[in-house]
Design a protein around this ligand. Sequence first.
Ligand code: DGL
Length: 276
Amino acid sequence: MATGTSATDARREAPIGVFDSGLGGLSVLRELARRLPEERFLYVADSAHCPYGSKTAAEIVARACALTDFLLARGAKLIVVACNTATIAAVEYLRASYSVSFVGMEPAVKPAVAATRTGVVGVLATAATLAGDKLQRLIERHADSVRVLTQPAPGLPERVEAGELDTPQTRRLVERYTAPLLAAGADVIVLGSTHYPFLAPLIRSVVGPGVRLLDTGEAVARRVAAVLEQEDLRNREGRGGIEFFTSGPVAHLETIGSRLWGAPIAGSALPASAKL
Ligand code: DGL
């Protein structure tokens, strides 16, 4: 540590860790980088293990711990679980097991209930997110007299990982998953996976302009800023910067990831210990 630099200064300059089952969390990272441009970020795409949506809670917890260990070894001062599925399955375990703070995703049920005019809200999410009682409790807490319909949407994260944001196959899946919500009169659809915001233009073209789509990226970035303030960890003078890692092929992260990110990404492979 340089002379005159306190331990707290060094801690403030440490990066924020962000992970997802794959590239979906880039939709959250975008909001984080926008709100906190002075901060450094480490992003991990667990693409070798995507999708999490069809895994058991125990499998997801194991992956979340491996990625957390990697991010902490790289000095992360706070970790963002940029994945609804991993948040539902693992965030309580992570909080009980590590001393660093975790910020997770929460599907935008509350703002959706406030926004609906028809009194019907749809929630698209992975099977694993819908399996636990956590989302159900969130719905019970906020629904009031609004009907909140949940719809599993398997296959969509894989289409995003493949960069197929507007292929006939992706469109067919979106049509299949949104049809029951539209038939029930939903005028707000919650994007309950961080992969889905990349499909928002396609979903919009399927559901039409009368249906609002809500995701949680911006709210999570606000929450991260607030936690950094509370913990006196906010870096106000840094120059920013993002390092990208993947458990899958680096070429996949660099090609598809760059397309989703909207700028070239240089990626690195996770060490073997974090890949298994
Ligand atoms: N990105 C993950 C989420 O937010 C889901 C994708 C997956 O099934 O791995 O839930």
